[in-house]
Design a protein around this ligand. Structure first.
Ligand code: CTP
Length: 399
């Protein structure tokens, strides 16, 4: 998995740096190409000569080489790499990364790197538990940085707790896993629809449904984890998600959702349509609040556009399309009918009959049907796990 992979290994000044020669050795055994960048402080913990010898590459520390006056091009280093791993990552460098400081070569390379970045924090337990550290890690996660959490155990301070850098062998496994999983959608752009749509009756009232948006947001998160760029077109929701590869388009009605889908779907590798779109909207939207006068009120409704059907009709060769079907009865039959009618590659069916599936809850029980007549049923799980299963299915079946 790591053969020929180009890895920048950034080393910062923490005691766990003593484990880095072992990490380099393991990566080299697996035939990865490793370039080390060290912060000046890390040289007190591990020798650049050791890392240069083991990596069979020069080690970069300064912006320029004092001996021959040559400049180290951090942009080129960042472009060269398939992944940048920063291990160990101290609280200090972590804080600088969140603020965009670049007072050393490692930070400048991080800021200019186009490749995915994976970090292995290591620090004393109190520093690791400090809210600032937690916030900084959350912020980096939002920027798309992949985090291998610090481990529990004995620390150099003599204390015991969470703060140890992941062991080199485990880190190698994480890096391999990353190449296997995390970049499986790198360079792909996926459109996701989420949440309900609200169809305005007047400035105060609307027709809507109970969709929370949780499933669509979980799918977006899962796609982002695998390196995809995501266009999230969402109806009104309380859900929050920020990520540097996420474009969020907030809409209210089905017609607004269709406009966004028409604009973005043609530029995407595929789409996952999980929104609970209102099938009908009021024929007329009253510009002022309707007053209660008569004892009965009849609202005339007109059919909304079927957004997924539009995407199926306009799907280009190579684009994948996934729909959802929430049913109360005969779920699989209805699901297969929709798969065919809407020209989908697969459909995620869930039945309101299954307890734990449906609107508002944090769990879901799904069955995936695809256009090759395959069917895969999953156990009841959290919406995050269901989202992972859907994305995994798309990747594995090369939809
Ligand atoms: N969908 C859509 N636009 C619509 C209606 C549905 O994009 N106007 C999408 C949903 O996001 C979902 C799938 O189509 O992926 C659901 O299809 P369907 O079951 O046909 O929608 P329903 O309105 O629930 O259909 P029915 O009421 O006939 O069961």
């Amino acid at each position: 998995m790591l053969k020929g992979k180009r890895i920048i290994l950034g080393v910062t000044g923490g005691i766990a740096a003593y484990k880095i020669p072992l990490l380099v050795r393991e990566l080299k055994k697996l035939e990865a190409d490793v370039q080390c960048i060290m912060t000046p402080a890390s040289c007190d913990f591990v020798s650049p000569l050791t890392l240069a010898t083991l990596s069979q590459n020069p080690v970069y520390i300064d912006f320029w080489n004092k001996k021959d006056g040559t400049w180290t091009n951090h942009v080129e280093l960042g472009m060269w790499a398939d992944v940048m791993v920063i291990a160990p990552l101290t609280a200090n460098t972590l804080a600088k990364m969140t603020h965009g400081n670049c007072d050393n070569l490692l930070l400048a390379t991080y800021l200019s790197a186009k490749c995915p970045v994976l970090i292995a924090p290591a620090m004393d337990l109190d520093m690791y538990a400090h809210p600032t550290t937690t916030q900084n890690l959350e912020q980096l996660a939002q920027h798309g940085v992949l985090i291998t959490p610090a481990q529990h155990g004995f620390l150099a301070s003599g204390l015991e707790g969470q703060g140890r850098m992941m062991e080199p062998n485990d880190l190698v496994r994480e890096i391999s896993f990353f190449f296997e999983q995390s970049i499986s959608l790198y360079g792909k752009k996926v459109l996701v629809t989420a949440g309900p749509t609200y169809e305005r009756i007047d400035p105060v009232r609307f027709i809507g449904n109970h969709s929370s948006g949780k499933m669509g947001f979980a799918i977006a998160k899962s796609l982002l984890k695998r390196g995809a760029e995501v266009i999230l077109v969402t109806g009104p929701t309380q859900c929050q998600l920020t990520h540097n590869k996420l474009t969020r388009c907030d809409v209210v009605s089905a017609e607004e959702m269709l406009q966004q889908v028409k604009e973005h779907f043609p530029t995407c590798t595929g789409g996952i349509f999980s929104a609970a779109v209102s099938d009908y909207r009021p024929a007329e939207m009253h510009s002022v609040k309707m007053k209660k006068t008569a004892d009965e009120l009849t609202l005339q409704l007109v059919k909304n556009p079927d957004i997924l059907q539009w995407a199926g009709d306009h799907k280009k060769h190579g684009q994948f399309l996934v729909g959802f079907a929430l049913e109360t009865n005969d779920a699989l039959d209805y699901g297969r009918g929709k798969l065919e009618k809407k020209k989908l590659d697969c459909i995620v069916v869930n039945s309101l009959k299954d307890s734990g599936a449906g609107f508002g809850v944090d769990t879901n029980k799904i069955t995936i049907l695809d256009s090759n007549n395959k069917k895969q049923a999953y156990e009841l799980s959290s919406k995050d796990v269901a989202a992972h299963n859907i994305v995994e299915y798309i990747v594995k079946n090369k939809l």
